[in-house]
Design a protein around this ligand. Structure first.
Ligand code: TNX
Length: 550
């Protein structure tokens, strides 16, 4: 549970460290051959089947099934089969327990777990001996005929290695009922680390409210694809979803409805902490968002004193945007923000508080700048870095501020200027990354203001080279937002997030050298039987060949 000490995203994308020096000549030549095979895999995604002559040493290949694509795979052609007598050892109790629980359910085997054992089990999760190239979030997985060893420098890396291991096993391993096996793992070595340090999913719990259990269910799904940030959109015109003790009406009144006029709801502070703890057990850091100065009708309706004219508007259950604004000239506005952010910051171990800042079309441009200038230091005073939608680049930004790009237009001079000044950017272009966009004209759920986003459109762009002037080390990563004007149930979340969330997390995790639509589509298809085994209500895109059992 390492994220409680998470620090803001570092200046540059994660790169492998230099390999160690003390290697014998024989070992060096083995490494050279392995690297050659790995380069073939990385370049083609297939281990050399795309036209070019197959190198003699690359006879064995890993099955093309892992999403996000690993940085390097070197297959040996052997197979490991998990036996009923197998044991699990782990240097981290949480990751060991997570893996054992999944395997016990579907295999029916006892799989005793020993934490901190000196002798490795059949499956061993080790916090020592990982190559330095894996960094803080990566791992190395070695599968041989006698067992599987995953090595990492931190528990989060072990957890990511476990996700890869599960994807290398038959799809029915994800079933919650006992299945027949055999439980095989292809032999070889996978060495893997992320391209970007920020790989997020956003859930809008304001337009429609989702219970703690529903959020945890989604957390479990996103964890399979190496998501490491959960952005919760906790307030909007239609609802305020978290108890703030110093402003109690926000939740009790502001949280009492949702789009369409349903009952809405809100999280107690204990509920919110339960979500944080659950996310942390999956190595996911929560970023809470209180959207301001626009998207604030629920707050303005809860307290007449927050309105410039002293009159509280009614609650709102429609889907228009851009009609509400906090009163920028009122001193009480900043007391309110200080107290809300103060309570939220005290509950939130992660480094960011997201202040929204989008679509403030009923706030004048100069008021907007004044507002962002006043709010940034409030967040900093509570020990957190600001995250905001890219519109906040209209004001000068602190160097720790993270801007989230959501436009469909690739050029944005204010954002490029902020990036040139050191601001890091999370990429969520609506026409590629918005999970609430319809897949096609026929999709029942969702909207289409940014166009239709089929699977290959979600995958077909490079976050590291997308917005002009916001490239390379200015890019902190990728986030897939799910706005919920039309999304009501967990089945709805599944339908919009799968398979696009895995597509976007591949862009966030995998080295761009592995980017290959043919390979990706095949690996994505391999997830179908797994989602079927888990009961995920995914969209069966016609762009993908879904294998039997999907
Ligand atoms: C725009 S993009 C919004 C949200 C809507 C969404 C619907 C952005 C930062 N704001 O308020 O829910 O479109 O797709």
């Amino acid at each position: 549970m390492s994220d409680s000490t998470a620090t803001p995203i570092s200046a540059s994308p994660i790169t492998p460290h230099a390999p160690g020096r003390a290697v014998s000549r024989r070992l060096r030549s083995r490494i050279r051959r392995a690297l050659l095979a790995a380069v073939v895999v990385a370049a083609t995604g297939f281990g050399g089947v795309l036209g070019s002559p197959a190198p003699a040493i690359a006879a064995a290949t890993f099955p093309n099934v892992v999403v996000p694509a690993p940085a390097s795979e070197v297959a040996t052609g052997t197979t490991f089969t998990l036996a009923s007598s197998a044991t699990v050892t782990s240097d981290d109790a949480n990751v060991g327990g997570y893996l054992a629980a999944i395997l016990r359910k579907s295999t029916g085997y006892a799989l005793p777990l020993t934490v901190g054992a000196t002798t490795p089990g059949t499956i061993a999760l080790s916090l020592s001996g990982a190559p330095s190239s894996v960094g803080t979030e990566g791992y190395q997985l070695v599968s041989s005929p006698t067992g599987v060893v995953i090595r990492a420098t931190q528990a989060t890396g072990l957890f990511h290695g476990v996700q890869t291991l599960l994807q290398l096993m038959p799809a029915s391993v994800m079933s919650s009922a006992v299945k027949p096996g055999p439980w095989t793992v292809p032999g070889g070595t996978i060495t893997d680390w992320p391209r970007f340090g920020y790989r997020g999913a956003m859930l809008d719990v304001a337009r429609h409210f989702f219970s703690v259990a529903q959020v945890e269910h989604y957390i479990d799904e996103m964890a399979l694809y190496k998501v490491n940030y959960l952005h919760l959109h906790l307030s909007d015109d239609q609802g305020w979803r978290i108890v703030i003790n110093s402003w109690p009406n926000l939740a009790t009144h502001g949280g009492s409805t949702e789009v369409g006029g349903g009952a809405g709801g809100y999280y107690t502070q204990a509920d919110y902490q339960a979500i944080i703890a659950y996310a942390s057990s999956r190595y996911i850091t929560v970023v809470p968002e209180i959207d301001m100065p626009g998207h604030t009708n629920a707050a303005l309706s809860s307290y007449a004193s927050l309105n410039c004219n002293g009159v509280a508007p009614g609650l709102y259950t429609g889907t228009d945007v851009g009609f509400s604004s906090l009163c920028v000239s009122l001193a009480l506005t900043y007391t309110f923000i200080d107290q809300v952010v103060g309570e939220l910051a005290a509950l939130t171990p992660g480094p960011y508080i997201h202040i929204g800042g989008d679509e403030a079309s009923s706030t004048s441009a100069s008021d907007y700048q004044t507002f962002i200038n006043k709010v940034q230091p409030i967040v900093a005073a509570h020990g957190k870095a600001v995250m905001g939608w890219h519109n906040i680049a209209a004001a000068p930004l602190a160097s720790s501020t993270l801007a989230q790009f959501w436009d469909t237009n690739k050029s944005n001079s204010a954002l490029a200027a902020a990036a040139a000044n050191g601001t890091k950017v999370v990429m969520s272009p609506a026409n590629h990354a918005y999970l609430d966009m319809k897949y096609t004209r026929k999709t029942k759920l969702g909207q289409n203001w940014a166009g239709y986003v089929e699977v290959n459109t979600a995958y077909g762009w490079d976050p590291g080279n997308y917005v002009s002037g916001v490239t390379g080390s200015s890019v902190a990563g990728v986030e897939a937002p799910l706005w919920t004007e039309t999304i009501v149930t967990s089945a709805d979340i599944d339908q919009m997030a799968f398979p696009r969330l895995p597509a976007l997390m591949e862009l966030g995790w995998s080295q761009y050298s592995t980017h290959n639509t043919t390979s990706f589509d095949q690996r994505l298809g391999a997830q179908g039987p797994r989602w079927a085994a888990m009961g995920v209500n995914y969209y069966k895109s016609t762009q993908i060949t879904w294998p039997s059992g999907s």
